[in-house]
Design a protein around this ligand. Sequence first.
Ligand code: GAP
Length: 463
Amino acid sequence: MRDESKKENDLLGKIVSLCKRRGFVFQGSEIYGGFAGTYDWGHLGVALKKNIIDAWTKAMQDHRNMTFLDSSIFTSGKVWEASGHVSGFSDPLIICNICKEKSRADHLLESIGIKADEKLTNLDINKIFDTNRTRIKCPKCGGKDFGQIHASNLLATSNLGMLDGEEEQVYLRGETAQGIYINYKNVLDTGFVSIPFGIAQIGKAFRNEISPRQFLFRKREFEQMEMQYFSHPSEAMGNYELWKKERMEYYKKLGINPRKLRFKPHENLVFYAKAACDIEYKFPFGWSELEGIHYRGDYDLTQHQKFSGVDMRFYDEETKEKYIPHIVETSVGVDRTVLMVLCDAYCEDELGGNKRVVLKLPLKLSPMVCAVSPLLKNKPELVLKAQEVFSILKKEFGRVAWDDNGNIGKRYRRQDEIGTPFCIVVDFDTLGDDTVTVRDRDTGEQERIKVGELIEFIKNKIN
Ligand code: GAP
């Protein structure tokens, strides 16, 4: 059991190292020693992230009554007062009395094997912490002398708009959802939608996490893909069940290992929620939240109605009924999805007697669709022909790599490591019969395909 968990922890380390080595993800501000909780995306990371965003967008677009929004990152401070984030969006901070190290109390509990549900209140965590105080050690100095738990607010603040003596506190958004709630009336008033309908949005969110950790899992600056579905109160629970089913199917269709996905109902519902669950993935550090699906009732719109004075009710012309719609939310992080996809795809195996690392990414998500090489880089006729093939494929797919570095074996290893599904090699036969070798990433099998049929061949495989 212990061996198993060590192997799993090593896996995260290997993924972090591969991400840097091959240009998926770099530590933020690395040349200045790094800036905790931030990461920068390299060439392949940008491509992988875009493919994930495209897959989510396509799944949302498949709904007849889905609309899209791109709201501001800076918002009036009132938004966050109304939403409850100013008063209640916090983590349980605890400070070591000996070395002053700041930790999250729930993370310290985890270190002694007590998994504190993410949805527990700080008061609950306080009680559990107090009964276990004598067993808990500071991760930095090993001491056991802690202060009291404080609620540390997660909203990141800005001085924007606070110049010239303005008093209003400004926050960077802690979730994209609030931008949707405050625009719900605008979207409705366009006349293109009626209840039920959804608003989907992708964008950056910021949180003052006390201890960002587990690579892309918990960052301070991250991207969310959120959807809020507005329903008649009598239909909202049914829609919650439908969205649960749909979102789980989505991950399975995307090609994620179904044995590593599960639902986890929330044991402690926040007071306004009617139902809530997470889709969890079995990350190397254990089952953890990937996506939240929440039936939030009319809480958010009622709050914004109260604080803004704007009537948030929907008027149904047919039934003459006026009501505040109920909301079902689906919310997932792009960064967390990238980590999940990488963990699911990472594989060490043996091909033709050689050990290799391969990312068996779903073909649709691979940063590169294929790589093109001349068999020998010092034969101009091969290079010329390979460049011609490269141009044809690049024009069609965009995500095509040119790789003429090292021998063919090394090129295959390199492309396997970044998950490129097909390696295409131009050799001397190509010059005679206009066929190329196409090597399959997963099986290593090679077949000869006519240059004129390559696009069709690849399209059939990836669609
Ligand atoms: N609007 C609801 C909401 O924001 P949440 O559970 O706090 O709910 C939703 O976040 C999703 O956003 C999570 O399931 C996760 O995928 C992602 N997420 C949250 N905090 C994150 C962080 N610090 N770093 C990376 N992703 C995060």
